[in-house]
Design a protein. Structure first.
Length: 436
């Protein structure tokens, strides 16, 4: 079977046996991937600015990660941690307890997906506080299970037709400065969106009934929305004053994505519970929930867990990821990459009227495309056209946002200068032909 015929055969097979629900950004099939390059079954190479939706911060198939996976696979694949314990689980827990913000005693547990980590965070918060209410935010995304889909803001395609949803979830406006939900302007607003939480306790759910507030430091699917410096400190203070657990969802923003190991560090805030997944294990299905010992230890024996949670192969991959971060100084590389991207994107914003806003932290940056900078009419069709333009020319790119008009960058932190420049050149060429 020739390369092109293999692509055609796989395309036909996908159409016949896989439902339309699982979407595809690009129309090709991967044959192999390394670093920041993906090669399809026809032999064509693509620069990867998507990183499997922020999953391969250390790059595709990093040799150290692959070696750890192979070594563990030859020893044992699965015993279920609840049946027979194993070292990789507790070794990784120890390292994450040390890495996450906060100098207090912590504990960690593992699951398979980001959604599972968030669900377990909610379970822990509810059990520890004996309260039911959970406050999430507009534009937030936390997963596709019933509870995390309920926490997620965007209706189509994530929630449409899948109700009824989980009870005791409340949603308040987020700190979206470019499109302030309160109609104010930073900094004259004095970050009123944070203080709005106090009013929210009056109009939506009492503080005494609220178990947790769940936030993404930099919103992922919601459009890389990034609050101002005062926001999270004030929000966390209100939570602390009312005995509410402050949960940081770092599924997409964590593991070095913003130049810090965890994005919340940019605000100097210490969460009570923090979730991690995606780049934690470089593509292996693993998520973590780490938090204050007294909270994590609140649920009864058997109250937390799952058959595959903390699989030994996945834990070994994650341990290798942490070694790569240290040995290759990936946080420093992330900071440098972030500066390069922001400089370039800020320049583009001056040159191309279609770019209404540039935001994010480090190399986790988003470009919000608008048809008019005054009305800020979302340019969703243009964002879709840009993504198509790029992959046709060898660059994998993703859009996001409630209006589907934000272009986001999630390239591996190990991307070479030459690969970065080639990808940015394709991006700029595509942006330059878009008409706002």
């Amino acid at each position: 079977m020739g390369n092109s015929s293999k692509h055609d055969a796989l395309t036909d097979l996908r159409a016949g046996v896989v439902p339309r629900g699982p979407f595809n950004v690009t129309p090709f099939f991967t044959e192999k991937a390394s670093g920041a390059v993906v090669t399809d079954v026809t032999g064509r190479e693509f620069i990867d600015f998507a990183g499997g939706i922020g999953v391969v911060n250390v790059g595709h198939c990093h040799p150290r990660v692959v070696a750890a996976i192979k070594d563990q696979a030859e020893k044992y694949l699965h015993t279920c941690f609840h049946i027979v314990m194993y070292e990789p689980y507790v070794a990784l827990a120890e390292k994450l307890c040390a890495l996450t913000p906060g100098d207090f005693p912590k504990m960690a547990m593992f699951a398979n997906s980001g959604a599972e980590a968030v669900e377990n965070a909610v379970k822990v918060a509810r059990h520890a506080t004996k309260r039911a209410g959970i406050i999430a935010f507009e534009n937030g995304f936390h997963g596709r299970t019933l509870l995390t889909m309920t926490l997620t803001s965007k209706v189509k395609p994530y929630k449409f037709g899948f109700g009824p949803f989980a009870p005791e979830v409340y949603r308040m406006p987020c700190a979206y400065c470019y499109r302030c939900p309160l109609g104010l302007e930073y900094p004259r607003c004095d970050v009123a969106c944070a203080d709005y939480l106090k009013e929210f306790f009056i109009t939506n759910v009492a503080a005494e009934s609220t178990a947790a507030v769940v936030v993404e430091p930099v919103m992922g699917e919601g459009g890389f929305i990034t609050p101002p410096p005062e926001y999270f400190p004030r929000l966390a203070k209100i939570c602390n004053e009312n005995g509410i657990v402050f949960i940081c969802d770092e599924i997409q923003s964590g593991m070095g994505r913003t130049g810090k190991m965890f994005a919340i560090e940019h605000w100097g805030v210490v969460p009570d519970l923090i979730t991690s997944a995606k780049s934690l294990a470089a593509g292996m299905p693993l998520s973590a929930l780490v938090g204050r010992k007294e909270l994590m230890d609140a649920p009864q024996v058997g109250g937390l867990g799952g058959t595959y949670g903390g699989n030994p192969v996945c834990c070994r991959a994650a341990l290798a990821v942490l070694e790569v971060f240290q040995e290759e100084k990936l946080l420093e590389k992330a900071e440098s990459l972030g500066r390069k991207l922001r400089d370039r994107f800020t320049q583009w914003q001056k040159e191309y009227a279609i770019i209404g806003d540039v935001r994010g932290m480090g190399p986790m940056l988003g470009l919000e495309l608008v048809r008019d900078r005054v009305t800020k009419e979302p340019a969703a069709d243009e964002a879709k056209a840009l993504v198509k333009f790029c992959y046709e020319r060898g660059l994998i790119l993703l859009s996001c946002g409630n209006f589907s008009n934000v272009i986001r960058t999630l390239m591996p932190l190990v991307i070479t200068d030459e690969q970065l420049e080639r990808g940015l050149s394709i991006m700029e060429e595509g942006i330059s032909v878009l008409k706002p």
